[in-house]
Design a protein around this ligand. Structure first.
Ligand code: AMP
Length: 209
């Protein structure tokens, strides 16, 4: 299966993608994680991407499309994958269509005030990349999975989040219509608990198999 998770920042795309990838044995491809890895390793691509990410904008299409094309061509992607955070523009969606046919797109919807609340409380593990809400950490900035140090993403401050939401509305939201026209779009209510949203997605996937 080739799946894609669509939705504004903070909707829970990454959280759901990790769960579904584990449950269905699919490769999880997060362009945000790939870019953060490039930044951590101080590569030329990472240096180029950082300024866009820190400003809340999108990394140029040609850079992202090249990165995803290379990743999808790896042998571990042959049996299926979940795209998380890609495509984010119509140009990316058209480029993807030329290299892979998606079976389903899950649009995870959450009202904007809840998104800002969630992103403000988000903490990420420096070692394993797990994402948690600060309220779940019991006052300690330590990963419950691997005991790594939890940190706040540079682009998770309120000002950058507002820009990311504006960019989402302008450049990514048109993809909802794009995939609806192709008959592969599924709307998920992302305001529920992680488990409830996951169950909605699983119900669709189980019908597809
Ligand atoms: P994410 O972790 O998905 O929230 O992505 C973090 C940031 O990485 C975004 O705000 C963008 O600056 C950049 N990014 C991730 N995926 C893409 C993409 N498909 N196209 C352009 N920029 C991206």
């Amino acid at each position: 299966m080739k799946l894609m998770f669509l939705g504004p920042p903070g909707a829970g795309k990454g959280t759901q993608a990790v769960r579904v990838a584990t449950g269905y044995g699919l490769l999880h491809i997060s362009t945000g994680d790939m870019l953060r890895e490039q930044i951590k390793n101080d590569t030329a691509l990472g240096q180029r991407a950082k300024a866009y990410i820190d400003a809340g904008g999108l990394v140029p299409d040609d850079v992202i499309i090249g990165m995803v094309r290379e990743r999808i061509a790896q042998p571990d992607a042959a049996d299926g994958f979940i795209l998380d955070g890609f495509p984010r523009t119509l140009e990316q969606a058209r480029a993807l269509e030329a290299i892979a046919q998606l079976d389903a797109v899950f649009n995870i919807d959450v009202p904007e005030d809840a998104l800002i609340r969630r992103i403000s409380g988000r903490r990420v593990c420096r070692d394993c990349g797990a994402v948690h809400q600060v309220a779940e950490l019991g006052g300690k900035d330590i990963c419950p999975k691997c005991a790594g140090a939890m940190y706040v993403r540079d682009d998770d401050n309120v000002q950058t989040v507002r820009e990311r939401l504006a960019v989402y509305r302008r450049q990514t939201q048109p993809l909802i219509e794009y995939y609806a026209q192709r008959g592969i779009l599924h709307h998920m209510n992302g305001s529920e608990t992680i488990a409830d949203t996951n169950a909605q997605i699983a119900a669709v996937l189980d019908r597809m198999q």
